[in-house]
Design a protein around this ligand. Structure first.
Ligand code: HEM
Ligand code: HEM
Length: 176
């Protein structure tokens, strides 16, 4: 139920981290797709792999901060005239987005440890011949599902903005 004192929009910290996450996921995703066909024996893989991993870790850190912020700041009121089914669906999509981002980051980290990628990059060793490990399978499997969920989320935001015309985007923007 919406509370009478609930704010109209998310806290500016949450807004900043929401858009920063969106940007970082986009960059990480594109780098992931571009670098994965490159052979592990090709030295040109090291740079994109390093950037991909560093941004991936940053995304995980921001996710933790967002979680704390979710508990600390009051939640905005329910979107005007939104029915219960759509409200619950939106909530489940938001939770699943958090979960998928978490699993993507943790499986990436697990792969980095399992395949000794950090030693290879920073200790001057070589990457393993391939990344045929379980965390890689999880990472690869989840990537398109995360993408689909993000597209659904963006579609829902556009549906609100341009069809329902309730200016939902302003809830994820700055202002009073
Ligand atoms: C990687 C991309 C994205 C992710 C992971 C993401 C994730 C989330 C999550 C988890 C929430 C719930 C609020 C929170 O916990 O902070 C949210 C809210 C929201 N997002 Fe995104 N988002 C992404 C991109 C976008 C884009 C591109 C748009 C607009 C086109 C958008 C529009 C919104 C809006 C309007 C809300 C507020 C919904 C409401 O008030 O119920 N998001 N997003
Ligand atoms: C939310 C964060 C992340 C996203 C969205 C993401 C996305 C991706 C994508 C789309 C791919 C290519 C998958 C394919 O082959 O189709 C990939 C591969 C990979 N990612 Fe991530 N990733 C994230 C975090 C991480 C982290 C934190 C690490 C390690 C610290 C990591 C390490 C890797 C590695 C080692 C590969 C394999 C590259 C290859 O197959 O040659 N990722 N990632």
């Amino acid at each position: 139920m919406s509370q009478p004192s609930a704010p109209f929009r998310y806290h500016s910290l949450q807004v900043t981290f929401h858009w920063l996450t969106a940007l970082l996921i986009f960059v990480t995703y594109v780098i992931g797709k571009v670098m994965s066909p490159i052979s592990n024996q090709d030295a040109s893989k090291i740079a994109p792999l390093t950037v991909h991993m560093l941004i991936g870790i940053l995304i995980l850190l921001i996710l933790v901060i967002r979680f704390i912020a979710l508990m600390k700041f009051p939640r905005p009121a329910r979107a005007a005239n939104e029915n219960m089914f759509l409200y619950r669906l939106a909530k489940s999509v938001h939770h699943t987005l958090y979960l998928f981002i978490f699993i993507m980051s943790v499986s990436g980290l697990a792969l980095a440890v399992r395949a000794k990628i950090l030693q290879a990059i920073f200790g001057g060793g070589a990457l393993p011949e391939d990344f045929n490990y379980l965390p890689h399978a999880v990472h690869d499997f989840l990537a398109p599902l995360l993408l689909m969920l993000i597209l659904l989320h963006i579609g829902a935001a556009f549906y609100h903005q341009f069809i329902v015309k309730d200016n939902l985007l302003a809830r994820m923007g700055y202002g009073k």
